[in-house]
Design a protein around this ligand. Structure first.
Ligand code: ADP
Ligand code: MG
Length: 618
């Protein structure tokens, strides 16, 4: 095993991050202290947890604390903890690399525009590297709890691409980080300044943060009690926000929080937050959940995924149970009735918190997390109705892709005689909005929801009704507008269906392989034809989505509907010579206008050109 001095290079991503951070976060440089204290606090949490099963790790020093010190002559600030510490390999893995999933994607999104990238950095979490905002050199000395003193490690870097690492003697366990301040940062070397930064950003830290005063006594700089265990009236908004930044490893204040003590069968405290912004890895399968589990104030685990369903994976915060045993493991959690009860209580609280957001915050929330919330309809049967109320959609009423229409809004605007909630699904917003299926609805002034997220198909396959009103795809089944059509319209339609019977039969013969049926429709006002699916078949958009995801989908043929009022269709009645080409083109253009792909695009072009030439008389 290596014990001597090595010089290693930072991972490319770390180099980029360092560079970006130093420049874009400079105006808020005090946060370095918050980040280092937050890490020290995490490290003592980890020690306390590991010591539950191995009390020797305390090494006869069980009073956990964080110590701050500064040295005016040497221009240094030192942050030390007696937490878990790190082994040599852990230093390399944790400090030299960024192991978070989705890191590559994050860096691909950087634009080079400093203002924009500074925002992105917030989503990524700045952490340890923020030390380099104020330090030209950082020295970290650490020893893992339980290892002997010669296993201490010293790590040093100027933040410019490389670091050195070497074994050293370290008697006490834990980590000590010394910042050698940059020229011009001397203002940090001031007890009053340091105290006020700690009070502002780190007051919520559970263990004491101490600094020596002029007489040589330790002075506590924070309240050192778990924030969630205090009563609400004692906690300021700012303290709630700073605590969020600590648990969520986020840089921005949250959108909302809920803090409650639950008593009764289960006793637990929950302090849960909705972030202002979706993390960059929200759709990454490995993305981590954000709930920390404590048992009677003792940290048990990060990322307690049993406490929040998948669709609420963006929620961050703390749950502290009075009932669980301290030695609870992930395996136990999976089967625990206590956890089940806590989880359902947490979900209720979160849904209520979302419901209570004001309009402006709601719009923000939906923009960031709407797609994930939609998963909830299929995932959380017990809360389906509540979730349905929270959904927002784009609609023909606005014709923008902004998702702001709730099902309740829609229902309240339904026309007299309208019985169903109409929607169209498509792969893009543009093809949803321009779908030929909407023509009759626009003409009659009936609102239709425009669904173009991938998850929307999954949503509507799980949500069949809202407040007793059926959800109906406008591209499925025969068009039945019920009493929205008057008697005269219905009579006329019957008459036309009769007149076009022959044509319908002829087209059907031509397209036998491609369509299930051909029929006259009244849903079109401008287009000559469109495709619909049988009410119980899979919709065409869903079929396309599944196919593109590589799934084997049973082939179902669509129904071709033709518009008797369209001149092309009328003309087709008298067409003999090129009838076959006309029919094929009618089908293909219906396919194109709903965003589908042609089986034989070259054949389509050839037939179209043939017809154009014939019409131009050459
Ligand atoms: P994060 O805290 O979000 O994981 P950081 O960049 O702040 O990211 O820290 C990176 C990792 O370095 C931590 O996850 C931890 O494993 C390790 N680390 C940092 N500071 C300490 C410390 N004081 N004691 C032990 N480990 C630490
Ligand atoms: Mg950190």
């Amino acid at each position: 095993m290596q014990t001597g001095k090595e010089t290693l290079g930072f991972q490319t991503e770390v180099r980029q991050l360092l560079n970006l951070m130093i420049h874009s976060l400079y105006s808020n440089k005090e946060i370095f202290l918050r980040e280092l204290i937050s890490n020290a606090s995490d490290a003592t949490d980890k020690l306390r947890f590991e010591a539950l099963t191995d009390s020797a790790l305390f090494e006869e020093d069980s009073v956990l604390k964080i110590r701050l010190a500064f040295d005016k002559d040497n221009k240094t600030i030192t942050i030390s903890d007696n937490g878990i510490g790190m082994s040599r390999q852990e230093v390399i893995d944790n400090i030299g690399t960024i192991a978070k999933s989705g890191t590559r994607e994050f860096f691909d999104r950087l634009t080079g525009d400093q203002a924009k990238d500074a925002n992105l950095i917030g989503q990524f979490g700045v952490g340890f590297y923020s030390a380099f905002i104020v330090a030209e050199k950082v020295t970290l000395i650490t020893r893992r709890a339980g290892l002997t003193s010669e296993h201490g490690v010293i790590w040093e870097s100027n933040g410019e691409g490389e670091y050195t690492i070497e074994n050293v003697e370290k008697a006490s366990r834990g980590t000590e980080i010394t910042l050698h301040l940059r020229e011009g940062e001397e203002g940090m070397l001031d007890a009053w300044r340091i105290k006020s930064i700690v009070r502002k950003y780190s007051d919520h830290i559970q263990l004491p943060i101490v600094m020596m005063d002029e007489e040589g006594n330790d002075e506590a700089l924070n309240q050192a009690s778990a924030l969630w265990a205090r009563s609400k009236s004692e906690i300021s908004q700012e303290q709630y926000d700073e605590f969020y930044k600590h648990v969520a490893h986020d840089h921005e204040a949250p959108l909302a929080h809920v803090h409650a003590k639950v008593e009764g069968n289960q006793e637990y405290t929950q302090l849960l937050y909705i972030p202002s912004r979706a993390p960059f890895d929200l759709f990454d399968r490995e993305s981590r959940h954000g709930i920390k589990l404590y048992v009677r104030r003792v940290f048990i685990m990060d990322d307690a995924e049993q406490l929040m369903p998948q669709y609420l994976r963006f929620v961050k915060g703390v749950v502290d149970s009075n009932d669980l045993p301290l030695n609870v493991s992930r395996e136990i959690l999976q089967e625990s009735k206590t956890i089940e009860a806590i989880r359902s209580g947490c979900v209720k609280k979160v849904l209520a918190m979302i419901e209570d957001l004001d309009a402006e915050k709601y719009a923000k929330f939906w923009k960031e997390f709407g797609r994930v919330m939609k998963e909830g309809v299929g995932e959380d049967f017990a809360n389906r109705e509540k979730i349905a109320k929270l959904l927002r959609f784009a609609s023909t009423r606005l014709d923008t892709d902004e998702e702001s229409v709730s099902l309740a809004d829609y229902v309240s605007r339904m026309k007299e005689g309208q019985e169903k909630i109409y929607f169209v699904t498509a792969e893009t917003f543009a093809s949803a909005k321009n779908s030929p299926h909407l023509e009759i609805f626009r003409k009659k002034g009936i609102e239709v929801l425009l669904l173009s997220d991938r998850v929307d198909e999954w949503l509507v396959s799980n949500l069949h009704e809202f407040e007793g009103k059926q959800l109906q795809s406008v591209a499925k089944g025969g068009l039945d507008l019920g009493s929205l059509e008057d008697e005269e319209e219905k009579k006329e339609q019957e008459k036309e269906s009769g007149e076009y019977k022959d044509l319908v039969e002829r087209i059907k013969r031509e397209l036998e392989d491609k369509v299930k049926e051909v029929r006259v429709t009244h849903r079109l006002t401008e287009s000559p034809a469109c495709l619909v699916s049988d009410q119980h078949d899979m919709g065409m958009n869903l079929e396309r989505l599944l196919k593109s995801a590589g799934q084997n989908v049973p082939a179902s043929k669509p129904i071709l509907e033709i518009n008797p009022h369209h001149p092309l269709v009328q003309r087709l009645k008298y067409e003999e010579e090129r009838f076959s080409d006309w029919s094929a083109i009618l089908f293909d253009q219906a396919m194109l206008s709903e965003g589908g792909q042609l089986d034989d695009p070259a054949g389509f072009v050839k037939r179209l050109n043939g017809l154009m030439l014939a019409l131009s008389g050459r």
